[in-house]
Design a protein around this ligand. Structure first.
Ligand SMILES: [Zn+2]
Ligand SMILES: [Zn+2]
Length: 283
């Protein structure tokens, strides 16, 4: 079985302290075919006065790593760009001059509720109207993200459940939330594809991002096979929960994950090598 992990980070990301070398060494030991470093690109100057990602430094390291692992592991150079509607022009300009193999667009907050802190779970439980407001922001933002056409992959749809699973207001049947979800999925189907993010999937009671029912709807609407992403920030979880994640996509009616060659962009630094058959494992 070919396993590719197309969402991992290295020390080129502000919140990760493991080198690309160590991440790749572990990926080879696990027998993975391909990995994509999707490093955090943060253009929101309110949260990050300057983007903590150094493209040229990361690219230089990646080129060395790619050569060292040639024939053993395909190593792709990607980005996970935090999307906010008001940053769209800036993101577009950034991507025009900073080529990547895979660009993932992710929403990391829904301003009414900071969903990264479990202390806010009480607000979600006790104030469903506020939680619905956060979901509206999240879903409308996701539609805009996909409509922008800037992203090959939409990262961890439903990530607000990562730290607080199962306590959010239901989307299905909600007069406002359900149409927002449908519009977001329509935009993703037309312009991008989903990631199945396997972080926390092995914890009892935790949910995949997206949930099976959302992934099923996406498939029925014509969505392309999702990519697998562990969202690894350290070696211990590279390729993590892959079997559980595959079970999730099968429940949603997909046979398998997208192959990495289907996802990489023609303007990226690996595309020509792929066309010439210069990447990939030697058999
Ligand atoms: Zn993310
Ligand atoms: Zn990530």
């Amino acid at each position: 079985m070919v396993i590719s992990d197309l969402h991992m980070h290295s020390s080129a990301s502000y919140d990760c302290f493991t080198s690309m070398w160590d991440m790749c060494e572990r990926a080879v030991a696990l027998g993975l075919e391909a990995v994509a470093f999707t490093e955090h690109v943060e253009l929101n100057s309110e949260e990050f006065p300057s983007n903590p990602f150094d493209y040229h430094k990361a690219r230089e390291t990646w080129e060395k790593v790619r050569e060292a692992y040639r024939g053993r592991l395909v190593v792709l150079f990607g980005a996970e760009v935090t999307y906010l509607p008001h940053l769209e022009d800036e993101i577009r300009r950034y991507l025009e001059v900073h080529p990547f193999d895979i660009v993932m667009g992710s929403i990391h907050d829904a301003p009414v509720i900071d969903f990264w802190h479990t202390r806010n779970a009480g607000i979600v439980r006790d104030n469903p109207e506020k939680a619905r407001e956060a979901l509206k922001v999240y879903l409308a933002g996701t539609e805009k993200l996909a409509l922008s056409g800037l992203f090959d992959v939409v990262g961890h749809l439903g990530v607000y459940e990562r730290r607080m699973p199962g306590i959010w207001p239901g989307i299905s049947g909600d007069d406002e939330l359900e149409p927002l979800l449908i519009s977001a999925l329509e935009a993703i189907v037309r312009n991008s594809r989903l990631e199945l993010n396997a972080a926390v999937l092995d914890k009892p009671g935790y949910l995949p991002a997206p949930r099976v029912e959302v992934l099923t709807l996406y498939r029925e609407m014509g969505g392309l096979p999702p990519v697998f992403g562990s969202d690894a920030h350290h070696v211990g979880v590279i390729g993590g929960n892959w079997h559980l994640a595959r079970e999730v996509i099968r429940q949603a009616g997909f046979d398998d994950f997208a192959h990495w060659t289907e996802v990489i962009r023609p303007s990226g630094p690996s595309y020509e090598a792929v066309r010439q058959g210069a990447l990939g494992k030697k058999s």
